[in-house]
Design a protein around this ligand. Structure first.
Ligand SMILES: Cc1cc2nc3c(=O)[nH]c(=O)nc-3n(C[C@H](O)[C@H](O)[C@H](O)COP(=O)(O)O)c2cc1C
Length: 190
């Protein structure tokens, strides 16, 4: 896949075929992509927790919030929930500032997931203390971002933004629409 196609396909997916399980080696290979990515001052302060079993996934799901703009939708139903999670932690023993590293690592992982025929969603809206208690994550680690992964079963389309409305939305056929600003709005001249 050429890079633009890979990026186009790497959408935020929130509904999955939960019966399609993901093995731990697949997650390790995705973290390897993050390991090889850029890091501010090359400090590499991020650590990763990997979860693949239904039992583990059930412990994580209650701590995350889905699609804030879809008011009527509280998240994927059983059967359509993620089948794996990567939790990105910041190791405060290395630095107190994780800079842009989490975003770079997350995008590397999501691109790799697409290449593997998977998909997912970056989740920053997290009940962090609940999750810390549930998974017994030591205070040394900041919970930065969760990557929810699975085999997507939803269609996501990109469209040009209309009248500045950046809210994503779903149509009657459950197709998820993501408005994107046009290039000439992004590249400015002073
Ligand atoms: C840093 C970050 C945090 C996000 N947190 C959440 C989240 O908590 N819940 C959620 O459903 N989506 C979350 N998203 C997904 C965004 O809503 C999504 O990227 C946006 O709607 C654009 O869609 P696209 O990724 O398909 O381009 C997050 C995305 C990013 C980059």
């Amino acid at each position: 896949m050429i890079l633009k196609d890979l990026i186009l396909k790497t959408r935020s997916y929130r509904r999955f075929d939960e019966s399609h399980r993901i093995d731990i080696t697949t997650l390790e290979n995705l973290v390897e992509l993050a390991r090889l990515s850029a890091s501010a001052a090359n400090r590499q302060p991020l650590k990763y927790l990997l979860y693949t079993t239904p039992e583990e996934c059930n412990r994580i799901y209650p701590s995350i919030a889905w699609a804030g703009y879809l008011n009527e939708w509280t998240g994927p139903e059983p059967g359509e929930r993620p089948s794996a999670y990567i939790i990105i932690l910041g190791d405060k023993a290395i630095t107190g500032s994780f800079s842009f590293d989490p975003g770079i690592a997350a995008q590397s992982i999501m691109l790799g997931a697409t290449e593997e025929g998977l998909g997912g969603c970056m989740i920053a809206s997290i009940e962090r203390e609940d999750l810390r208690n549930e998974l017994k994550i030591p205070d040394r680690f900041e919970i930065v971002l969760i990557l929810a992964l699975g085999k997507p079963v939803e269609k996501v389309v990109i469209e040009d933004i209309r009248e500045g409305d950046f809210n994503y939305w779903r149509d009657e056929g459950n197709v998820h629409h993501v408005p994107k600003r046009k290039l000439n709005e992004l590249i400015i001249k002073l």
